[in-house]
Write a new protein. Structure first.
Length: 66
């Protein structure tokens, strides 16, 4: 008695199109939304780092070490 069915003897090669999403051509609007969200995330991170860097420079100017 076999507890699991066996795989077929012939192998099926995975092509590049079958390995990707089922949608062959991505939606340009969705790509634009994702790109804008990524740009906003990068901008927020850079703004946060600029603020922190300015804060450290201010402490250094006052004589504190950070």
């Amino acid at each position: 008695m076999q507890s699991h069915p066996h795989s077929p003897t012939e192998s099926v090669l995975a092509t590049a199109s079958s390995a990707l999403d089922p949608i062959a051509a991505p939606c340009p609007i969705l790509a634009a939304v994702k790109a804008r969200a990524k740009a906003m995330k990068k901008w927020r991170k850079q703004e946060r780092l600029r603020f922190f860097s300015g804060w450290c420079a201010g402490l250094h100017a006052l004589g504190f070490s950070f």
